[in-house]
Design a protein around this ligand. Structure first.
Ligand SMILES: [Mg+2]
Length: 382
């Protein structure tokens, strides 16, 4: 079998799908994308295409190493996302050829169902109580929300109080019937992270995500020494070579590699295994589309340390397209009390509605990250 063609489709709300075709008629789907840089990743995918066409798609390990190493320059959000989507599509092909779900090829299930959580409250967190109330009716008891709006390197007691108040209201409304993670989204710098973690600790959030930016990873250890709240990060780390620094240094309780950003299934399995050796949990990042989610689930279902799966149904970013819009086998993605079952179909387990994808790709808008500024006009982390 040989790879014959790579086709990319940018689709709303901010995703990209990749179709890899073979000379034997089996096709695989991947989701190579960086939110806000879909065209850049698309160009990278097409730069890899000449290296892939004519190759045997079953040699995923070799093709991965070729993409990673043969280009000399490597790593980073764009290249590792391009590799990620290609890798996913190759696993999809392999599973379809052999007639089994990918998790069977990876040694089989370690659990019967996987816990997911739902986003609540939007970019600038608001109406969290009402949102949780609605989502609880849909069966969710675990949530994630942004912890703060823009925050200065040193900021006011008023901003701290707002963040703490929001969390206090959740506990007073629902007691311990809900769990929630707080995403600092890299908006918080080290000095305020210390303040916020101390103030938030009495409300026992499940975790705090990106308490500071990944490029300040050396701070994680110091923060962890000072709080009992589990710290999570990893959506902006792109390979095991980056994750090794946080494993070596300590500080994180949960790693969150993104299956569409960190080299795909092949690489994230290795990151998951490294994390297990350090007693660190896995919670793959996934505010993306259906192929990314299906890929995350393949890793979750074979990783003992996988604890939570993010998914973007109803997330605030999804304007003009929802996860299941492009999926034919919607019933396989049904959530029961926040849990999802192993996807039963061969390959990644997602049947893409190609006609719908092609149609949607015709006028796909370019999603762009918002630009936030502090009150003094300087750029704020979003
Ligand atoms: Mg995040």
């Amino acid at each position: 079998m040989k790879i014959t063609k790579l086709t990319t489709y940018r689709i709303p709300p901010r995703w990209m799908l990749l179709k890899i075709e073979t000379d034997e008629g089996v096709t695989g789907w991947g989701e190579p994308v960086i939110e806000g840089k879909a065209r850049t990743v698309e160009a990278a995918v097409h730069e890899y295409a000449p290296y892939l066409v004519g190759q045997d798609p079953s040699r995923i390990n070799d093709l991965w190493q070729m993409m990673y190493r043969a280009g000399f320059y490597r790593g980073g959000a764009i290249l590792m996302s391009a590799i990620a989507g290609i890798d996913q599509a190759l696993w999809d092909i392999k599973g379809k050829v052999l007639g089994v779900p990918v998790y069977q090829l990876l040694g089989g299930l370690v659990r019967d169902k996987m816990k997911t959580y739902s986003w609540v409250g939007g970019d600038r967190p608001a109406d969290v109580i009402e949102g949780m109330r609605r989502l609880r009716e849909a069966g969710f008891d675990t949530f994630k929300m942004n912890g703060t709006e823009e925050l200065g390197i040193i900021d006011s007691a008023r901003k701290v109080d707002q963040a703490v108040q929001r969390v206090a209201e959740i506990r007073s409304a629902f007691g311990d019937a809900v769990e929630f993670g707080l995403d600092f989204h890299g908006r918080v710098a080290a000095p305020m992270a210390k303040v916020l973690l101390r103030e938030l600790e009495p409300f026992r959030p499940l975790f705090v995500e990106e308490p500071v930016l990944a490029e300040q990873y050396e701070v994680y250890r110091a923060l962890a020494d000072h709080t009992a709240i589990p710290l999570a990060a990893g959506e902006r780390m792109y390979s095991r070579f980056e994750f090794k620094h946080v494993f070596q240094q300590g500080g994180l309780s949960i790693v969150q590699p993104d299956l569409s950003h960190a080299g795909g299934i092949t690489e994230c399995l290795k990151i998951a295994a490294m994390a297990e050796a350090y007693d660190i949990a896995l919670a793959p990042h996934c505010p993306l589309g259906p192929v990314a989610l299906a890929s995350c689930l393949q890793v979750d279902f074979v990783s003992h340390n996988a604890v939570l799966q993010e998914q973007s149904m109803g997330i605030h970013y999804n304007q003009g397209g929802e996860v299941l819009d492009y999926v034919k086998n919607k019933e396989d993605f049904k959530l029961t009390n926040g849990y999802i079952q192993p996807l039963p179909k061969p390959g990644l387990g997602v049947e893409i509605d190609e006609e719908r994808v092609i149609e949607a790709s015709r006028n796909a808008p370019d999603w762009r990250n918002p630009v936030w500024r502090h009150e003094d006009g300087s750029i704020a982390e979003w």
